[in-house]
Design a protein. Structure first.
Ligand code: UN1
Length: 479
C-alpha cells in the first residue's frame, strides 16, 4: 500500500475526507504516495485554527520567529538532495533542477528569518507643530496560499516564509498534482516550534479547498500562483469581499536575439529558457524574436543543440529534460503543435512523443520557425517544451514584437550592444528584464513579478514581499 500523507491542521495530522494518488510522471507505475484531500469543513477548520493562532503570533517574540524560520531553512538546505529527489520524482524536473530548487527554498526561509528583525518603520514630523507621525507595518491576519505544481517547493517557500516572518498565520493549499514537497515543508514546520494553528496545510482540490480560502471572510489575503483563468476567478471573488490578493499567472516571454549577439550565449539562453524544466515555467521564453542577420545561424545552432539533449526519466543522471507533468498537459502541448502547423508555422524539430524504459509523458523539445506574433502559438501560454522563432527586421521591430502581448512577466535580450541593452531595459513592458541571461531562473532575494496579464498586486520575494504580507499604519501623536 502506498504511504499515506495527512493534512496538518491546528498542530495535528488529520486524515482527509478522501485521498489522491501522487504519481511520478517519469514512471507512471511509481506512486509517490496518497495525499489527503480536505473537504470544505476541514478547510474551514484550518482557517479557524489560523484565526485563533493569529493574535499571539502577531505580537510574539520576533527573535523566536526568526529562529524558527532559520531552523526550517537550515533543515531544508541540509536535506536538499532528498527533497530535490522527491521534487523530481513528483514533478518531473531533472535531479539537478530539483536539488537546486530545494536549495532555493532553504535560502528563502533563511532570507526571511533575517527580514523578521529588519522590519522598519518611519518617523516623520507632522505638518502640525508638536505632532509626530509614525508609519509602521502590521501583519494582515490569516493568509490563504494557493501554489502550483511546477515549483512545488520554491513557491510554497516564497509564500509561507514571508507570510510567517511578518507575523501572519497561514493556510497553504498546494497543487493537487504535486503536493509532496509542500507536505515535506509542513512536516519540517511541525517540528520547528510553531504554536499550533500558525501554519496549516490543507491539501485538496482547488474547487473545494481553494474556493473555501477565497470565499471565507476570515481569510484576509490570498496569494496565488497558477493559471490566468483560475487567477481571474480568484481575483473577482476576493475583490468582491475586499480581500487583499496577489496573483502570479502566465507569461509569453520574449527572448530577443540581435545580430550582434554572441551566438553561444544566444543559444544557451534560448535552450535554457525555453526547454529546461520541460518549459513548464511561467518565466519560460516561448517567443524567440530574432533579427534577420543572425536568424538562420541562430535557428540552425538551436536545432543542433536540441538534438543533443537527452529527454528521459528525471531521476537518471544525464537527463537534460524530464517528462511533461501529466497526460492532460501533454495533450495541451500536442494540441498546440497541431495549432502551430495549421496556422502556417514550420515545426523544424521535435514535438514527438518518446518511449523510454519507464512509462512517462515524454515529449521532444519542439521548435517552430516562420511564426508570426499573431499566431496562437505566439500569443497563448502553452506551458510545455515548445518555442517559436519570429523573424524581425531590426531592433525596433523586435522590441515592438516583444511588447505586443497580453503578458508582461519576463523579457530577455541577447546583445553585445550597450545601447540596445539599455534601451531594452527601459522600454520592455515586463516586470523582469534579462540581458544575456535566460528569461527563467530568478534570484530569491529580489522582487519577482510582472505586468499586464501576468501579475496582479504587489511583488513577491525579497524585502518587497512586505508590500503584500503587511498593512501600513500611520500614527499621529501630540506630546
Ligand atoms: C524561475 O524562473 O526561476 O511559476 C521562477 C513559475 C514562476 C516561477 C519562476 N512563478 O514558473
Amino acid at each position: 500500500m502506498a504511504e499515506q500523507f495527512r493534512n496538518y491542521i491546528a498542530g495535528e495530522w488529520v486524515a482527509g475526507a478522501t485521498a489522491s494518488v501522487n504519481r511520478n510522471p517519469s514512471d507512471t507505475a511509481d506512486v509517490v504516495g496518497e495525499y489527503a484531500q480536505a473537504d470544505a469543513a476541514q478547510a474551514k477548520a484550518a482557517i479557524a485554527a489560523a484565526k485563533r493562532a493569529f493574535p499571539a503570533w502577531a505580537t510574539g517574540s520576533i527573535q523566536e520567529r526568526a529562529n524558527i524560520l532559520d531552523k526550517v531553512g537550515a533543515e531544508i538546505l541540509a536535506r536538499r538532495d532528498e527533497l530535490g529527489t522527491l521534487l523530481s520524482r513528483e514533478e518531473g524536473k531533472t535531479l539537478p533542477e530539483g536539488i537546486g530548487e530545494a536549495a532555493r527554498a532553504g535560502q528563502i526561509f533563511r532570507f526571511f528569518a533575517g527580514e523578521v528583525v529588519r522590519m522598519a518603520g518611519e518617523k516623520l514630523a507632522s505638518v502640525r507643530p508638536g505632532v509626530d507621525v509614525e508609519v509602521t507595518r502590521e501583519p494582515l491576519g490569516v493568509i490563504g496560499l494557493i501554489t502550483p505544481w511546477n515549483f512545488p517547493i520554491a513557491i510554497p517557500a516564497w509564500k509561507i516564509a514571508p507570510a510567517l516572518a511578518y507575523g501572519n498565520t497561514v493556510v497553504c493549499k498546494p497543487a493537487d498534482l504535486a503536493p509532496g514537497c509542500a507536505w515535506a515543508i509542513a512536516e519540517i514546520l511541525s517540528r520547528a516550534g510553531l504554536p499550533p494553528g500558525v501554519f496549516n496545510l490543507a491539501m485538496g482540490r482547488g474547487s473545494v479547498v481553494g474556493e473555501a480560502l477565497v470565499d471565507d471572510p476570515d481569510v484576509t489575503a490570498i496569494s496565488f500562483t497558477g493559471s490566468v483563468a483560475t487567477g481571474r476567478g480568484i481575483a473577482a471573488k476576493a475583490i468582491a469581499r475586499m480581500a487583499k490578493v496577489q496573483l502570479e499567472m502566465g507569461g509569453k516571454n520574449p527572448l530577443v536575439v540581435l545580430d550582434d549577439a554572441d551566438l553561444p550565449t544566444a543559444v544557451n539562453c534560448a535552450v535554457q529558457g525555453s526547454y529546461y524544466s520541460t518549459g513548464q515555467r511561467c518565466t519560460a521564453s516561448s517567443r524567440l524574436i530574432v533579427t534577420a542577420g543572425i536568424h538562420d545561424r541562430f535557428v540552425a545552432a538551436v536545432a543542433d543543440k536540441l538534438k543533443t539533449l537527452r529527454v528521459d526519466n528525471a531521476l537518471l543522471a544525464g537527463t537534460d529534460i524530464g517528462p511533461v507533468v501529466d497526460e492532460s498537459q501533454l495533450d495541451v502541448d500536442c494540441k498546440y503543435l497541431e495549432v502551430g502547423q495549421a496556422e502556417g508555422a514550420r515545426l523544424l524539430t521535435g514535438g514527438e512523443r518518446l518511449q523510454r524504459a519507464t512509462d512517462g509523458y515524454y515529449l521532444s523539445p519542439a521548435l517552430f520557425t516562420e511564426a508570426s506574433n499573431a499566431m496562437r502559438i505566439a500569443r497563448e501560454e502553452i506551458f510545455g517544451p515548445v518555442a517559436c522563432v519570429i523573424r524581425a527586421k531590426d531592433y525596433d521591430e523586435a522590441l515592438a514584437l516583444a511588447n505586443d502581448t497580453e503578458f508582461g512577466l519576463s523579457a530577455g535580450i541577447v546583445t553585445t550592444s550597450l545601447k540596445y541593452a539599455t534601451h531594452f531595459k527601459r522600454h520592455s513592458q515586463a516586470g523582469m528584464v534579462m540581458v544575456n541571461v535566460p528569461t527563467a531562473g530568478v534570484d530569491y532575494h529580489v522582487p519577482f513579478g510582472g505586468r499586464k496579464g501576468s501579475s496582479y498586486g504587489p511583488r513577491e520575494q525579497g524585502r518587497y514581499a512586505a508590500e503584500f504580507f503587511t498593512t501600513v499604519k500611520t500614527a499621529y501623536t501630540a506630546a
